[in-house]
Write a protein that binds this ligand. Structure first.
Ligand SMILES: Cc1cc2nc3c(=O)[nH]c(=O)nc-3n(C[C@H](O)[C@H](O)[C@H](O)COP(=O)(O)OP(=O)(O)OC[C@H]3O[C@@H](n4cnc5c(N)ncnc54)[C@H](O)[C@@H]3O)c2cc1C
Length: 341
């Protein structure tokens, strides 16, 4: 039986592990945390992603837990429609914890090794011990660093994101765009709202005593009734807040030797197009498909790279451009490849 070590139990790593397990591989997933992280709000899954999850036997679970989403409406801060609703045919919203739960349940329990960080320098040993190593270790990937060096680290865009859930009800998916700021709401599968907000903070908050809710009110409080109602129904202390980072420099390839990078490890993008988790699932499925079609790992990884790198790098660029347009932050196209390697 062929063996695979998957590094990281996020959406990318778990999808790859389930796919490999179903394809008859012996899989172990090394996760640095003591629990699989399922925090965060709902994830928008596109039609192709839902189809991919169906091919793993997760269709019924997704249909039970997710809610359909028909379109995205962009409005001004005062709620005037900017564009007609953009159709999102076949898309669904699912709580991140539900998606992670479905994937995890499809893996034998013994395959998941928690509290197992893969440290810098240990990749050669991991490569020797398994036929395949899958780097699914996210935006600050150790494996990416090992393969391509520190020039390919994620960089901050200068914007901040807040997100969470709120009790107030909203319908569909709506984004309100203001000057260098955005507030998004979507129906929550279990009722209420998933919300997110992005803004450029000047000067950075650093050390200020303001709570997240006070900060949100000061940035978005005078926008419109729907945003007001959403902020008013956010529970204090429930807000996730962090700086946005992405992989501004494109990787020259997504594989080396018997190591493949997938998901954010390969192409961490800004959240503007809501594509990161979708591309992570599609990467994982494409990798497994190629390994099923070609018994030679090196050829299968090269085929995976050819299939996935152009599309995901285009998506990352489009997302970064949109991010720069909304927030008016600088965007410099980064070199495609490091020809010295
Ligand atoms: C605000 C925001 C909103 C988003 N909304 C959407 C959306 O609506 N739709 C969408 O498609 N995408 C969305 N995304 C993007 C999406 O969340 C990510 O692209 C996706 O989760 C990436 O999955 P991943 O498995 O590659 O990485 P991660 O989810 O980061 O998983 C990596 C895993 O690897 C583990 N790990 C890291 N280093 C090591 C190590 N050295 N050893 C062992 N384990 C390690 C980590 O603990 C983690 O469990 C959003 C992102 C943000 C920031």
């Amino acid at each position: 039986m062929t063996t695979a070590t998957v590094v990281g139990a996020g959406i990318a790593g778990l999808t790859a592990a389930v796919g490999l397990h179903r394809a008859g591989w012996s899989v172990r997933v090394l996760e640095q945390e003591s629990e699989v992280r399922a925090s965060g709000t709902a994830v928008l899954l596109r039609r192709a992603t839902v189809g991919g999850l169906e091919s793993l036997g997760l269709g019924a679970g997704v249909r039970t837990l997710a809610i359909p989403l028909t379109g995205l409406q962009v409005r001004t801060r005062t709620a005037r429609p900017v564009t007609p609703s953009r159709p999102l045919s076949g898309a669904v919203l699912i709580e991140r914890s539900d998606l992670v739960g479905l994937l995890r349940e499809s893996l034998p329990e013994a395959a998941l090794l928690l509290d197992h960080p893969v440290r810098a320098g240990s990749l050669p040993r991991a490569c020797a011990e398994a036929s395949l190593v899958v780097g699914a270790d996210g935006i600050h990937s150790t494996l990416r660093d090992e393969l391509f060096g520190s020039a390919y680290r994620a960089a901050a865009t200068g914007t901040t994101v807040w997100r969470g859930t709120a009790a107030a009800a909203t319908s569909g998916l709506t984004e309100y765009w203001g000057r260098r700021r955005r507030f998004g709401t979507s129906t929550r599968p279990g009722g209420g709202t998933n919300w997110y907000a992005t803004a450029v903070l000047r000067p950075p908050r650093g050390g200020s005593a303001r709570s997240d809710l006070e900060e949100l009110r000061s940035l978005f409080g005078d926008w419109n009734a729907s945003v007001d109602a959403t902020i008013d129904s956010i529970r204090d202390g429930s807000v996730l807040r962090h700086g946005i980072t992405h992989l501004a420099r494109r990787l020259p390839r997504y594989h080396q030797g018997n190591v493949a990078l997938i998901g954010d490890a390969a192409h961490a993008m800004t959240p503007d197009l809501g594509r990161g988790a979708n591309e992570a699932v599609l990467d994982a499925l494409c990798l497994v498909r190629n390994l099923q079609m070609d018994g030679r790992v090196d050829r299968a990884l090269a085929a995976y790279d050819r299939s996935r790198r152009p599309a995901t790098q285009r998506a990352a660029t489009a997302s970064a451009v949109l991010h720069a347009l909304i927030h008016r932050v600088p965007w410099t196209p980064m070199p495609d490849t490091d020809r010295g390697r």
